[in-house]
Design a protein around this ligand. Structure first.
Ligand code: AMP
Length: 188
């Protein structure tokens, strides 16, 4: 089963993806986590990505698609993947569609975790406190930019996947467990 978890920054995609990894043996592919790992490892990609991420902008589609393609071919992904934070642009969604078609894989569900944006600022503050500020993009100023980028580049994917009949929405303002149950009932 291949799933996209979709939603604004701070909606809870990563949290729910981890729950699905534990519950269903799927592999989480988080482009944000991959980029942070590259930054920690001090690779050239990491060095280039850091400024972009700190500004709240998007890393280029080519880089992102390359990272996903590389991971998809690892044997651990054979049971299916949860895409978290990807795709974020129509070009990435088109690229993903091609990658899946090339491998004869289906996209089973796109699940939007819908949240009230005013609440996201409080959530990001909580996450910054919990992680001890390890994510330098977890602050109100960068979140504002990330939300603007989300509306401009990523929100168009809602009608994109609605047109394919794949989009389902869960209320992300509920507790983590309740959101998880809502996702479980979609996945069956
Ligand atoms: P995330 O952890 O998903 O919130 O991503 C953190 C940051 O990494 C984003 O604000 C972007 O700068 C970058 N990033 C993560 N995933 C993508 C993607 N699919 N396309 C472009 N940039 C991304």
């Amino acid at each position: 089963m291949n799933i996209i978890l979709f939603g604004a920054p701070g909606a809870g995609k990563g949290t729910q993806a981890k729950r699905l990894v534990e519950g269903r043996g799927l592999v989480q592919l988080s482009t944000g986590d991959m980029l942070r790992a590259a930054i920690d490892a001090g690779t050239e990609l990491g060095l280039r990505a850091k400024d972009i991420m700190d500004r709240g902008d998007l890393v280029s589609d080519d880089i992102i698609l390359g990272m996903i393609a590389e991971r998809m071919d690892s044997p651990e992904c054979a049971n299916g993947v949860i895409l978290d934070g990807f795709p974020r642009t129509v070009a990435q969604a088109d690229g993903l569609g091609q990658m899946l078609a090339d491998r004869d894989w289906a996209l089973d569900h796109v699940i939007e975790i819908k949240v009230d944006e005013a609440a996201l600022f409080a959530r990001i503050e909580t996450r910054a406190a919990e992680t001890g500020g390890t994510r330098s993009d977890d602050n109100a100023e960068t979140l504002k930019k990330r939300l603007a980028v989300y509306h401009e580049n990523t929100a168009p994917l809602l009608p994109y996947y609605e047109a394919k009949g794949l989009m389902r929405t869960v209320d992300g303002m509920q507790s983590i467990d309740e959101v998880g149950q809502a996702i479980d009932s979609i996945l069956g």
